[in-house]
Ligand binder design. Structure first.
Ligand SMILES: Cc1cc2nc3c(=O)[nH]c(=O)nc-3n(C[C@H](O)[C@H](O)[C@H](O)COP(=O)(O)OP(=O)(O)OC[C@H]3O[C@@H](n4cnc5c(N)ncnc54)[C@H](O)[C@@H]3O)c2cc1C
Length: 458
């Protein structure tokens, strides 16, 4: 009977996190590429395609690419990408550290292309189950990874280690959760779907964007430019659009040394550090974009034809969908958070720029709860991003992008990717060396026992 192949590592998702890991694993000495693979739900590589707006820029320096901070001599630097594309000289002339997201996406895809043979695109990982040792059903030695392709075809693969890099899932406010077939979309699907709602250029339409962070501001300004027939409203909980703090001392929180600092703290102190620096990433907007929005509203006020507006201090209480309402099919009930008055606003389309949840791995890994003796959510995560498991649970599970609570604000961002990939690869190497030593020690003990047994027989 043919034995099922067992991978050294399977990556769930092939976004920037696992892509950085693929690059790092390729540098391992005696690397056997076939021993690891990645499974990606999208049909081809894509980095937040739904928000690849033409003029949106990166929020970090291009030097925080997949490798430079770990190995500036790597062939996979952003600079080498520019060189290979014949744009290095022109890029220098731009005098800008922040490329467009469209260009960074092209860079990521260029790197991803080099690893095509390691990625199973168009397959969604649906479940992970423990595999017990043949000789002892209480010991988990491997994981079985189940996936489903777009055509419904199911696959299973075995692995000794897992790297979960699934990214976020759209956060939908409770008021919208029950709506079906309403013209509501999350910002993650903005570019791919908005045209189906606003494709008619002669029909004047009111669009609400809910949120007060970078994506909300980007969608708001994009609506005003892309669709001349649209009146756009930014519905915000916050009193104003606040700028993201990217000043130099504050930016140090995105360094690996700061990850060490956060990780070393007790739980409460970690949370307080995260809260202190929240305005680097959450509910904040790049200053130039704030200025563009301010100017847009100012120019409107000069011409006395206000069409686009901000609605600050709004708590969203309820939503009603009535496809026959000529004022707009979606009625939003809003409570003013300062004076507590309630108003109703009507819109034709709502875009939810309400962020992402980072807990999809809890469901994906819940088939392991019994073997772990607790839920994945209850398990600690070690500094090397490895889920802390009991001794009888041997497979290693690394979590990327869902460890903000323990590893700090950089965890969901690109800043730490190069170093995190290194830390995970070193951890894998160390564990493999320990297993190799343990199995050679076992072989040794077994051969000593065999020798003793033979001696006794003689
Ligand atoms: C619009 C936008 C702009 C951003 N810009 C920046 C920026 O400028 N700088 C910065 O530092 N950060 C930025 N971020 C943060 C972002 O989290 C990181 O840029 C980066 O995407 C993290 O990479 P990742 O691989 O962890 O997650 P993702 O990029 O989300 O990739 C996860 C991948 O896993 C796949 N997947 C999910 N579930 C499964 C499954 N069950 N089976 C198989 N595949 C699965 C998804 O299809 C996806 O391709 C931005 C985020 C957004 C939404």
């Amino acid at each position: 009977m043919q034995r099922e192949p067992v991978h050294d590592l399977i990556g769930v998702g092939f976004g920037p996190s696992n892509l950085a890991l693929a690059v790092r694993l390729a540098e391992r000495r005696n690397a056997a590429p076939a021993a690891h693979c990645f499974i990606e739900a999208q049909a081809e590589f894509g980095w937040h395609r739904g928000m690849l707006l033409d003029d949106s820029r990166m929020q970090i320096s291009f030097l925080k690419d997949l490798v430079t901070l770990r190995d500036p001599k790597s062939p996979f630097t952003f600079i080498n990408y520019l060189f290979e594309r014949g744009r290095l000289q022109d890029f220098v002339n731009l005098k800008n550290f922040y490329p467009t997201r469209v260009e960074f996406h092209d860079y990521l895809r260029w790197v991803a292309n080099a690893f095509d043979d390691q990625v199973h695109y168009g397959e969604r990982v649906t479940a992970i189950e423990p595999v017990m040792a043949a000789h002892d059903a209480s010991v988990v030695t491997q994981l079985r990874v189940f996936s489903r392709a777009a055509d419904g075809r199911e696959r299973q693969r075995l692995t000794r280690a897992l790297s979960v890099g699934m990214g976020g899932t759209p956060q939908i406010p409770p008021a919208f959760a029950a709506l079906r077939e309403a013209p509501v979309l999350h910002s993650s699907r903005y570019l791919t779907e908005i045209d189906q709602y606003l494709g008619n250029p002669v029909r004047r339409q009111r669009v609400a964007v809910v949120g007060s962070g970078q994506s909300a501001a980007e969608v708001f300004i994009d609506l005003t430019r892309r669709y001349p027939q649209v009146d756009a409203t930014l519905v915000m909980r916050a009193p104003v659009l606040k700028p993201a703090d990217d000043s130099p001392f504050v930016n140090e929180i995105f360094s690996p040394a700061f990850t060490d600092l956060v990780y070393a703290q007790p739980r409460d102190a970690r949370q307080s550090l995260i809260d202190t620096f929240r305005d680097t990433n959450y509910s904040v907007v790049d200053r130039p974009l704030i200025e563009q929005i301010y100017e847009l509203l100012y120019v409107q006020s000069v011409s006395q034809s206000p069409r686009h507006r901000l609605l600050p201090n709004c708590a969203l209480e309820a939503v009603q969908h009535d496809s026959g309402d000529s004022r707009g099919v979606l009625a939003l009930r809003l409570r003013d958070r300062l004076n507590h008055t309630v108003s109703s606003e009507h819109f034709d389309v709502v875009v939810l720029a309400t962020g992402y949840r980072r807990d999809a791995h809890h469901v994906l890994l819940d088939g392991l709860d019994a073997a772990l003796g607790q839920t994945v959510e209850q398990c600690d995560v070690a500094r090397d991003y490895q889920l802390v498991t009991p001794a009888h649970f041997q497979p290693r599970i690394y979590l990327q992008g869902c460890c903000e609570d323990s590893h700090g604000l950089s965890d969901t961002l690109l800043s730490v990717l190069a170093r995190r990939a290194d830390e995970i690869a070193l951890s894998l190497d160390a564990d493999e060396a320990v297993s190799a030593t343990a199995s050679s020690a076992q072989r040794c003990t077994a051969s000593h026992a065999g020798a003793a047994h033979l001696a006794a027989m003689l």
